[in-house]
Design a protein around this ligand. Structure first.
Ligand code: NAD
Length: 422
């Protein structure tokens, strides 16, 4: 069994001096790159990256995974900068990673609590980072960090100790309300409004990753007449050209074995060795909502959908998306524009913690703030997609792709931190 250190220490990582380079890249050097170490052994236990604080402190999740690297945390922190900026939130980008096995931690809640406790203690000195949940961490962990900081600060009214806390303690239940799925749904609806030959009724949709994001997206889309023809989870994939029963999928997804317990009609079942073949099925909309790098050069030629809406973070990359849009006529709507609902929930929660009058305004709209949240997400996503599609259609013989235009928009907003949409 894993032995936890008594405490952690932080070590700043040297970032390379980029001034001698011949060309600039999209990625600026992050403001802070930090390793988290056990001082007794020197073993690395995690990473914290504060990418950019021009709009505010870096807000982003803590990922728990055995193989999380500084590079992965850095890439995700950058994505948070773009996400928070594009949504005109008063936050920058940040992310943290803890190197450990989340399955072992789930089996030993006491050990996980201790680990989160010592991580919170060392994180306190990183003033420009606000933690939130990510893979392997949850609202309970963030609540623990928040309580720890409240004790140190002598008040509960602070933004330091995290967002997406427990709902009964003032947190916004991001997954229970399906806020990220709501942003994906808003994106799909907006594209339908903009494109006369793209109709949701009867459209075929394939979703990789039938978890919190994927399952709620499936429900919302099937409510407006979409046919969910394919889904996958960590146990396998299912495909049926006439549609899968979303209600039954939702009832089995949390059982041991997940969607492999589905008893409805299917034409194909893919095992783990073929699980990614699901991505290649013909459909109108493909939604990657599981792991990074689902769609890359290795399968770009086999993808057969009309549009991709990126539920997962970094499920593809710029070069693949360039090829898909300009050679295959498949537009991929970027993660940091369309999966923004979760972080918007975090931002609203933080503001509600700090401002009583804002809290009242949110709650007044009903269902404990859910209605306010959904409206804000719909308006933000819809406005951004309209702006981006209009800029793309204005380019004369250009070949800029959706992601490039979206990055430009996020960059512009980094330079206008006073423009806030909350
Ligand atoms: P989750 O853990 O609830 O669900 C993930 C699902 O993906 C599970 O069903 C899992 O079995 C499945 N999965 C894992 N590996 C797979 C694979 N190789 N092939 C097919 N399925 C696989 O997670 P979630 O909260 O739904 O998040 C999904 C993705 O969306 C993640 O990339 C996450 O970073 C991103 N995201 C989530 C939120 C949020 O609010 N939850 C916000 C923004 C982005």
């Amino acid at each position: 069994m894993t032995q936890l250190p008594k405490k952690f220490v932080l070590e700043l990582c040297e970032s390379k001096d980029e001034t001698n380079r011949f060309s600039a890249s999209d990625d600026r050097t992050p403001e802070q790159l930090i390793r988290v170490l056990d001082p007794a052994t020197g073993n690395i236990w995690g990473f914290v990256v504060v990418d950019d604080t021009r709009r505010g402190p870096g807000l982003g999740g803590i990922r728990m995974a055995p193989d999380v690297t500084l590079w992965e945390v850095r890439r995700l922190a950058r994505a948070m900068t773009l996400k928070n900026s594009a949504a005109n939130l008063p936050f920058g980008g940040g992310k943290a990673g803890i190197v450990c096995d989340p399955v072992e931690m789930a089996r030993n809640p006491g050990m996980k609590r201790d680990l989160i406790g010592i991580f919170a203690e060392v994180l306190f000195s990183v003033e420009q980072y606000i933690p939130a949940p990510d893979m392997g961490t949850n609202e309970k962990d963030i609540q623990h960090i928040y309580e720890h900081y409240s004790e140190r600060l002598g008040t509960h009214q602070h933004m330091r100790g995290g967002a997406s806390r427990l709902p009964d303690k003032g947190g916004i239940p991001i997954d229970e309300w399906g806020l990220t799925a709501h942003s994906l749904f808003a994106a799909v609806r907006t594209v339908e409004e903009l494109e006369p030959d793209f109709k949701l009724k009867g459209a075929q949709v394939v979703i990789q990753g039938y978890g919190n994001v994927g399952s709620v997206t499936a429900s919302k889309l099937s409510d407006v007449g979409v046919v969910i023809t394919g889904v996958s989870d960590i146990h396998g994939a299912l495909w049926h050209p006439h549609g899968l029963n979303v209600e039954e999928l939702n009832s089995v997804r949390r059982e041991p074995g997940g969607i492999s317990n589905y008893s409805g009609q299917v034409e194909k079942r893919f095992g783990l060795d073929q699980i990614d073949w699901l991505l290649e099925t013909p459909c109108d909309i493909l939604i990657p909502a599981a792991r990074p790098d689902a769609i890359t050069a290795r399968n770009a030629d086999r993808i057969q959908c009309r549009k991709i809406f990126q539920g997962a973070n970094t499920p593809s990359n710029k070069m693949t998306e360039y090829y898909l849009q300009n050679r295959r006529n498949i537009v991929s709507y970027s993660d940091f524009i369309v999966n923004v609902g979760g972080v918007m929930g975090c931002a609203v929660e933080l503001k509600m913690t700090m401002e009583q009058s804002y809290r009242e305004q949110v709650l007044l709209q009903g269902e404990d703030g859910k209605i306010y949240m959904e409206r804000l997400i719909t308006n933000t996503v819809s406005s951004n997609i309209r702006t981006l599609m209009s800029r793309l259609s204005d380019q004369k013989d250009g070949d800029r792709i959706f992601r490039e235009e979206a990055q430009k928009l996020a960059q512009e907003r980094l330079d206008h931190p006073d423009d806030i949409w909350l």
